[in-house]
Design a protein around this ligand. Structure first.
Ligand SMILES: [Zn+2]
Length: 347
């Protein structure tokens, strides 16, 4: 596989137009307090958090305990459901943003993921696998190619996406994960790609995920890392940070704490991203967004090899903005990793 560039998987003009539509949705939502809910830290549950910046009418707060960045207040679950069901931004994302790069994403993202899973979990080749938020079914198609014996299920609440998955011969549960009955649906492997950052309540989602896994089963999850290089450099200007879609920016430590609260044992948290430097360089070149003298010096004088080595360090040291976790249901009942005294969870 050749090195991935941001332009392979995102058309810059379509991306900018998408974010404009998102801003319109966000500002309309932010203007209606009846559709917003205040929360404590979605990762550790801590109540010590404060404002960092405002974007599209939403305030992003930083947890002073675990450094999770999160939109607060945030859209209610009902408001999010309405948004994903019918908004122009969602239609644009599907039709204009995703579809033109779908084949590139299949090759650069979904195929390597399927191969990584096949190598990592050889015992699961004939197992029950569910992809939560399966979308166009690209990942499950790629997994079927390497694991033809596996029982594959797309868990996908959107009727349009569910229909696309069915056309590809994939079994579909047309539902939100939160509504699945563990008596009817059990899995040996559940995957969740770039989903948890969108959720109103990641803890609720992960507890449900745990209920649906067989003993000895695995969760394979990817999300954005709020301690990732390009997000840290651009912060409020980051194109990865946008409400009402991207609400939760955990980091390797806080995602681990969250999974433990949900009853998981974490096997591995890594940041295998390849795009951080390219994202920062791309916005410097195209928009003049300037991260400072050291960046400019490396950009101008650093060799391609030096830049690749820098990205390698960002990836290996846990500071890429693309984060991956592998976890298993913990044998015991869920125990809060770090109890917060004198307050009820979710209060
Ligand atoms: Zn926290």
């Amino acid at each position: 596989m050749s090195a991935m560039r941001e332009s392979d998987i995102r058309n810059p003009e379509a991306h900018a137009r998408y974010l404009e539509l998102v801003r319109i949705d966000a500002e309309a939502l932010a203007a209606d307090p009846s559709r917003l809910v205040r929360i404590d830290c979605p990762a550790c549950g801590g109540s010590d958090h404060g404002a960092e910046f405002e974007k599209f009418g939403f305030v992003y707060e930083l947890c002073h305990d675990c450094d999770t960045l999160f939109a607060n207040p945030r859209p209610s679950p009902e408001a999010l459901l309405a948004l994903y069901g019918s908004s122009e931004s969602t239609r644009f994302w599907v039709e204009e943003f995703f579809k033109p790069v779908a084949q590139a994403r299949r090759e650069k993202i979904f195929r390597p993921r399927a191969q990584h899973i096949a190598e990592r979990f050889p015992d699961l080749a004939g197992a029950a696998v569910g992809d939560i938020g399966a979308g166009f079914g690209l990942f499950l198609e790629e997994l079927r190619a390497v694991w033809p014996q596996a029982g594959l299920t797309a868990i996908e609440p959107s009727a349009d996406m569910a229909a696309i998955c069915r056309e590809k011969g994939i079994d579909v549960v047309e539902s939100m994960l939160e509504d699945l009955d563990p008596a009817e649906h059990r899995f040996d492997l559940l995957t969740s790609f770039e989903l948890i950052e969108h959720l109103h309540d990641p803890l609720l989602f992960l507890r449900k995920t745990r209920e649906l896994l067989n003993p000895g089963g695995h969760l394979y999850l990817t999300t954005l890392n709020g301690m990732g290089f390009d997000i840290q450099v651009h912060w409020a200007d980051s194109r990865s940070i946008f409400p009402p879609q991207h609400l939760n920016f955990m980091n390797p430590g806080s995602l681990t704490a969250l999974l433990e609260r949900a009853g998981f044992a974490v096997d591995e948290v890594t940041t295998p991203g390849e795009l951080d430097w390219d994202i920062v360089q791309g916005r410097y070149v195209s928009e003049g967004l300037d991260p400072g003298r050291f960046f400019r010096t490396v950009h101008k004088h650093g060799t391609d090899e030096a830049k690749r080595a820098l990205q390698g360090w960002i990836r290996d040291a846990g500071f890429s903005s693309h984060m991956r976790v592998l976890a298993r249901p913990a044998p015991a009942e869920p125990v809060p990793a770090r109890p917060v005294p004198d307050r009820k969870e979710g209060a």
